[in-house]
Design a protein around this ligand. Sequence first.
Ligand code: MTE
Length: 315
Amino acid sequence: MLRLPKIPSSEITPPELFYNRRRFLKTMAAAVGGLALAACAGPTAAPTPAPATTGAGPTGKTDELGDPLTDREAILNYNNYFEFSTNKQAVARLAADFPTSPWQVQVGGLVNKPRVFDLDDLRRFGLEERIYRLRCVEAWSMVIPWLGFPLRKLLETVEPTSQARYVRFEAVYDPDRMPGQRNTWYEWPYVEGLRLDEAMHDLTILAMGLYGEPLAPQNGAPVRLVVPWKYGFKSIKAIVKIDLVAEQPSSLWMIAAPHEYGFYANVNPDVPHPRWSQRTERRIGELGRRETLPFNGYAEQVAHLYAGMDLRKYY
Ligand code: MTE
């Protein structure tokens, strides 16, 4: 039996690097235990520790569990945004000049009133602060004060028809400005999906800001999804298109690594990722690890959405 060492979550390798490296190791006939595990080290040889600031943000605010906000600098400088880079600490720099205004979000599909929203239209839904935990599938987490509005408000405006059962989200495609989109391992643009009742749930928001400021490009400006009870990859950034559809949509991650990422992706400490445990997580800015909570601590609000479903299944 192979025993997995504890892998710093900042070094978890994206599937394309992991599997390319595996292929490489195979051809080298060097897939001995230790070496194969070394393939789990990140794309850069040097470890990339996350900012290790501690304590409450300057606001002294906490989430509803009493946990302090993650430091703003950490939220702005430790990002997953594969359109730019798989190196979390390079994203902010690479995304800095990405134009995020003007912007349009086209909403259509199975709706009575398809419509194109510009940023003013979106802001008119009214931005409110929502302090949510973000739990990445890589087993790190943050507490983020988002500014956003319930997605439900937008969906009600376009009037989904009775055939609409799912919502499909598409991010911007701009390979000239987004170097990561030249990586052909992934099927661009980044796509995600929710069941309609998940999308209509009050916790599900479209965020346009954080820490009281408009979103920075690296956090998904000008508008991104936030679904706090699901792994962070569901919270798609830089949305340009939202479609109501009848069939369950495929996501970029389901296509890239179907045995690793399912449609629902609800945070679940009992279901390990095929390459690591999901029992605990590293809260950015803290030493040590925390227990991961079912549905990321939002079970009371959302568990009923999955009544009768086998939550151990990936779907
Ligand atoms: N959205 C797009 N378009 N591209 C991405 O690579 N990464 C996801 C999600 N949304 C991603 C995305 C992942 S894996 C996580 S954990 C969160 O964004 C990270 O959001 P943050 O950088 O604002 O913390």
